[in-house]
Design a protein around this ligand. Structure first.
Ligand SMILES: [Zn+2]
Length: 519
């Protein structure tokens, strides 16, 4: 593959063409900021004359103000704008640990400010970061008739091994319609979608009824306690009594020409229950093994833990999800989807078909996986401790404390201790809201009409922090992807289709405008 590189002022490389900052664009920004000032002050007659003299600029905005419009927008320019922002966001490296998200927060904040949008960089606890950690916040004010909606993403990414990638994972290289790099999907592509949505909304003549808040936080990949958790705990003022929030965890799934496109809107997540298991034993030289050596003790305990059975349980949110999928199910499964609990209990053939697919089994059972193992670093040395980490994912409504007790009962060894590393209980958000109805309305208008499914997410995001403080939160970004597009997430060669991000901006604006009509 051949890539044409272009030097950026910062000394990084990108294929993204420079954003067209012609005089008329600048006039657009100026005039939109000017109109907002006029609206806010509601006086100062002298400015009317100036406003009239800017009429040309305002009319100019109406004709080319949005490259993200469904009709009449310049798609090539919209894609270039997406690629420019996304490449730069990837180049500002934020692998967690340690995160170092502050420079990216500053970049996003500057981008919002350049578009005349009120914004702030919010320092958060820095942990091991020498560079600093921060969240970035911005708002396009509405008329205040309704409570705000938050567009949430995260600034950090998981680390990437450059040797396993085709290109430097932090170069943000553009290849045709794709930008490659760590975070291009998870979640810098979402940040860019939200950023451009605010920039487009700021150009509107009439405000929406709600404030639309941009929020991108650090530390999501390590649990979010010092990122989104910090914001909800210490800076609730930034949320402004928000009613709704949209974040990662769902999206538009393209399933080939024979199957309707699905819009998956996550209303709840499974809850993580991470447990550290420590086996204690007599240390020393391994030529004379003691009966209580730590490593064999741990292995025996994990073997018992592995036999813990999880019974099948259909929580209401999973039942709701499969009811919505019933009309799309293969004929043999339609009745089972419509009444999942009954068929999983009573129809062994259906149960076998359903449970064979691992992601389906994970929706109706608790799962348990041993991930970390630590013993001695030397072949002939007995360590005093052997350690394992268990990543359990519990169905909504289950408690990690009770699950840990079950693990301890299975281990049944006083020489082994357990400790909870991470856990939270999950709440769900209702699918019976004007926002959900607005998403359904826009899905119905898409060509061909798409099918909306209130879904349950197997993984977790920062949404739970916001559900805990009463914000109706959906895992949904209206970006169209195929199943195979997700393979790079947390893996190698992660890449995002800039056209799908440009389209997501358009769709998100349509959803917000539809919500506004319903409010
Ligand atoms: Zn993510």
């Amino acid at each position: 593959m051949r890539f044409e590189r272009k030097r950026l002022p910062e000394g990084k490389h990108s294929l993204a063409p420079a954003f067209d900052s012609t005089l008329s664009h600048q006039l657009c920004w100026f005039s939109s900021a000017f109109r907002r000032g006029l609206r806010d002050s509601g006086r100062a007659s002298w400015v009317v004359a100036v406003a009239l003299s800017l009429q040309f600029a305002i009319q100019g905005c109406a004709t080319h103000g949005s490259d993200f419009a469904r009709h009449g927008g310049d798609l090539t320019r919209a894609k270039d704008r997406v690629a420019e922002l996304l490449s730069r966001a990837i180049q500002i490296e934020t692998p967690n640990p340690p995160g170092d998200e502050k420079p990216l927060a500053v970049y996003f904040s500057k981008t919002l400010r350049n578009a005349g949008i009120e914004t702030r960089v919010v320092d958060t606890p820095s942990g091991d970061s020498k560079i600093g950690r921060a969240a970035v916040w911005g708002v396009v004010r509405g008329s205040g008739e309704r409570r705000p909606i938050v567009l949430l993403s995260h600034l950090d990414v998981v680390p990437a091994d450059p040797d396993a990638w085709q290109n430097d994972p932090f170069a943000g290289v553009r290849d045709g319609d794709y930008v490659m790099g760590r975070g291009s999907i998870d979640a810098k592509g979402i940040s860019v979608t939200h950023l451009l949505t605010l920039i487009e909304l700021a150009k509107r003549e009439a405000p929406l009824k709600r404030d639309v808040i941009f929020l991108a936080t650090p530390g999501e990949e390590s649990g979010g306690a010092e990122g989104a958790g910090y914001v909800t705990r210490e800076r609730p003022d930034l949320l402004g009594d928000a009613e709704y929030l949209l974040t990662e965890g769902g999206g538009i799934l393209i399933r080939g020409s024979d199957n309707p496109t699905l819009w998956r809107v996550a209303v709840v997540e499974k809850s993580p229950c991470w447990i550290r298991v420590v086996a204690h034993g007599t240390p020393g030289h391994s030529s004379v093994p003691p009966l209580d050596a730590a490593v064999p003790r741990l292995i025996a305990a994990l073997e018992r833990v592995g036999r813990i059975e999880s019974s099948i349980r259909v929580v209401p949110e999973v039942a709701q999800m499969y009811r919505a999928l019933a009309k799309l199910a293969p004929p043999d499964d339609a009745a089972g989807y419509a009444d999942l609990h009954h068929y999983l209990t009573e129809d062994p053939a259906f149960r076998d078909r359903f449970m064979t697919l691992r992601f389906q089994a994970a929706l109706v059972t608790n799962t348990l996986t041993v991930t970390v193992l630590e013993g001695s670093s030397r072949t002939n040395v007995l360590p005093p401790e052997a350690v394992a980490h268990i990543d359990a994912r519990l169905l909504p409504g289950e408690s990690c404390e009770r699950f840990t007790q079950r693990v301890e009962e299975a281990i049944a060894d006083p020489g082994i201790s357990t400790e909870e590393l991470l856990s939270f209980e999950t709440r769900s958000s209702s699918a019976d809201t004007p926002l959900f109805a607005a998403i359904e309305a826009i899905a119905a208008k898409s060509d061909p009409p798409a099918h909306v499914v209130p879904s349950v997410s197997i993984g977790f995001s920062d949404a739970h922090y916001f559900r805990d403080v009463g914000v109706t939160s959906y895992g949904f970004t209206p970006r169209a992807m195929r199943r195979e597009d997700y393979s790079g997430v947390h893996g190698h060669n992660e890449r995002a289709d800039v056209g799908s991000i440009a389209a997501a901006v358009t769709t998100l604006i349509e959803i917000l405008e539809e919500l506004d009509r319903r409010d």
